[in-house]
Ligand binder design. Sequence first.
Ligand code: DC
Length: 224
Amino acid sequence: MRLNIAMDGPVGAGKSSIADAAAKRLGILHLDTGAMYRALGLKALREGMDLQDEEKMVELCRGLNLAVRVGAGGQETLLDGEDVSSLIRTPEVSMAASTVSRYAQVRRRMVQLQQALAAEQDMILDGRDICTTVLPDAPVKIYLTATAEERAKRRWLEMKEKGEKDTYEEVLAQVRARDEQDMNRPVEPLRQAEDAVLLDTTDLSFDQVVDRITALAEEARRKG
Ligand code: DC
């Protein structure tokens, strides 16, 4: 059986770095699905388009020249052939990604691309709807979370290291705004799948979380 690990959770729960570490340990790949919505958000911002215009966003998504390369060395997200992996990490693109991800037809296209990638390889996918929509039959399903304050603190420390000037209060407000948008959108809002394992990382170390995920995956491998 294909070893796909589905992982959802709110912004700043550490999904991406945790998934990277777990994938390395398990010798499988990691697909960061948020990068795909980010690439669309970046394209819309570059074109100066109105992100609230659903029809335009769906049209833009249909014609999007997006390629995702996942390898043992990590993920490259290519927009119109350009590697935009770092450019899609700004707060502006984060919010744009959250906005364009509200549209049902945008989601449909992204979900199809993700399912096609997951069918080809053993991988861990992280996002907002992986357990609920993309891979509801994945052998391992995880909901990774932590309090908004803890998530904002982690993100703020990360940003500070990169020399960014946002205050903790600003980062907390951004985290709350994205939670609000991701959890309350009408189409496939972020929620914990009934059969997903809840991992609240507020009081867990990075390694404890990775240990837990790899243990779940090893168990699924034995059963599979
Ligand atoms: O995981 P991230 O912060 O890179 O995701 C950026 C935005 O994309 C997020 O605010 C919501 C959206 N997203 C989504 O709706 N579904 C996914 N599977 C991944 C991300």
